[in-house]
Design a protein around this ligand. Structure first.
Ligand SMILES: Cc1cc2nc3c(=O)[nH]c(=O)nc-3n(C[C@H](O)[C@H](O)[C@H](O)COP(=O)(O)OP(=O)(O)OC[C@H]3O[C@@H](n4cnc5c(N)ncnc54)[C@H](O)[C@@H]3O)c2cc1C
Length: 370
């Protein structure tokens, strides 16, 4: 069987960034992705500017889309109190439908191979041969020297590897729409409702992303997504207004469940885990995509700089722990706070009274590209 040099499982942001950088460095790369581009995913689609310069330098910034800057943050409480503040770093909005397809095309152009509509089910590391053996959904097997796990929050591979977080159930659901509405193009808003929060920001073509993290329990009690929105989200007058004065562009929303923020290991079974596969930061912080891009870059760097397996793993482990462990920890704790009753009222009051403190908390969940 022919041995591949590097296989990347999952062609989301983390996998596509790693593929582009490795491809440019002349490495032989195969990306295995279970879907086909372009496709929608549940995501707020607000990207922090911490990755803008890196994307520009690498020729991976999606310049061809009309994106615009987002530099203001609006927070509203469950009861509809509102406060706005400037965003220290700011960001931009682009749909994953457009961005992932753009990065896929870039990678293809430099010779990265893709196996689309193909799911990896099992991953085994052969200690004697020092190679990975992957089993695909159709039973085929592939062998490679190096493996990057870029398959997102939760996958069959995690089940196969019996990763710790797989035994925990998550109380959250994620729901996303694209809408046409009358909202400021330069603001990202976070509207709280009891049990969750909903973001809105502009993406390309004058479309807005409307995405929320809600509760499975509320969905169960309401009986349908639509009823849950009326019963719970609409208690915040800002959300009621959006729902009643917007054109919804999808036939039905994109929905996911099992959104788990538990800590994970950045290297698992000798596989370099990138993006959400190494740990998901709460969407509240608005920088999971920046982290996915950054970790994809670090994994590629590890494989470009070093040839010995232990050096590759040590470098990546160290970099990941230095740059992301604390950010994810802060994010987890903010997420816990936001679930609690009355906290959104308190947060709006806090930002009003002390914008400096709010900026400091935000800074703890953001970083710089290295
Ligand atoms: C509700 C919500 C809102 C969010 N909003 C924002 C936001 O506004 N800004 C932000 O920066 N971040 C946001 N995030 C986080 C962000 O979406 C993720 O951090 C980011 O998408 C992670 O990228 P990734 O490449 O790790 O994973 P993904 O983008 O999930 O990509 C993983 C890929 O792997 C594929 N795959 C999975 N299993 C297999 C398999 N076994 N074989 C082959 N392929 C496989 C999947 O099809 C997928 O394409 C949000 C998250 C949620 C849940």
């Amino acid at each position: 069987m022919q041995v591949k040099e590097i296989i990347i499982i999952g062609g989301g942001l983390a996998g596509l960034i790693a593929a582009n950088l490795l491809g440019k460095a002349g490495k032989q790369v195969l990306v295995i992705e279970k879907k086909t581009y372009p496709f929608h995913r549940v995501c707020g689609e607000y990207i922090s500017n911490e990755v803008r310069e890196f994307l520009m330098q690498e020729g991976l910034f999606p310049n061809e889309f009309d994106l615009g800057d987002i530099h203001t943050f609006q927070l509203t409480s469950t009861k509809g109190k509102s406060v706005s503040m400037p965003l220290d770093m700011g960001g931009f909005g682009i749909s994953r439908f457009a961005l992932d397809a753009f990065l896929y095309q870039k990678a293809k152009n430099i010779g990265v191979d893709f196996l689309l509509q193909t799911q990896v089910e099992e991953v085994f590391f052969d200690q004697d041969a020092m190679k990975f053996i992957l089993t695909l959904g159709d039973g085929r097997q592939l062998v490679c020297n190096h493996l990057i796990g870029a398959y997102g929050k939760r996958s069959k591979v995690d089940k196969f590897l019996e990763r710790d977080f797989m035994s925990q159930r998550s109380p959250f659901i994620g729901v996303k729409y694209h809408i046409k509405t009358d909202f400021d193009h330069h603001t990202v808003a976070l509207h709280n409702f009891e049990g969750g929060y909903c973001g809105i920001n502009r993406v390309e073509d004058g479309i807005f992303n409307l995405c929320y993290l809600g509760s499975k329990e509320q969905l169960r009690s309401a009986g349908s997504i639509q009823q849950m929105e009326i019963d719970f989200l609409w208690q915040n007058p800002f959300l009621k207004h959006i729902w009643q004065h917007s054109e919804f562009l999808f036939e039905k929303p994109e929905v996911i469940n099992e959104i788990n923020f538990s800590s994970k290991k950045p290297v698992e079974n000798h596989m370099l885990m990138v993006g959400d596969a190494a740990g998901l930061i709460t969407p509240l912080c608005g920088n999971g995509m920046a982290i996915a891009i950054h970790t994809g870059k670090l994994a590629a760097e590890a494989l470009i700089k070093f040839s010995r397996r232990n050096e590759i793993e040590q470098f990546y482990n160290f970099q990941w722990n230095t740059h992301f462990r604390k950010r994810l920890w802060v994010g987890r704790n903010i997420q816990r706070l936001f679930g609690a009753k009355g906290v959104s009222e308190f947060s709006v009051g806090l930002i009003k009274r002390s914008p400096f403190l709010a900026t400091q908390i935000m800074k703890r969940t953001h970083g710089e590209m290295v």
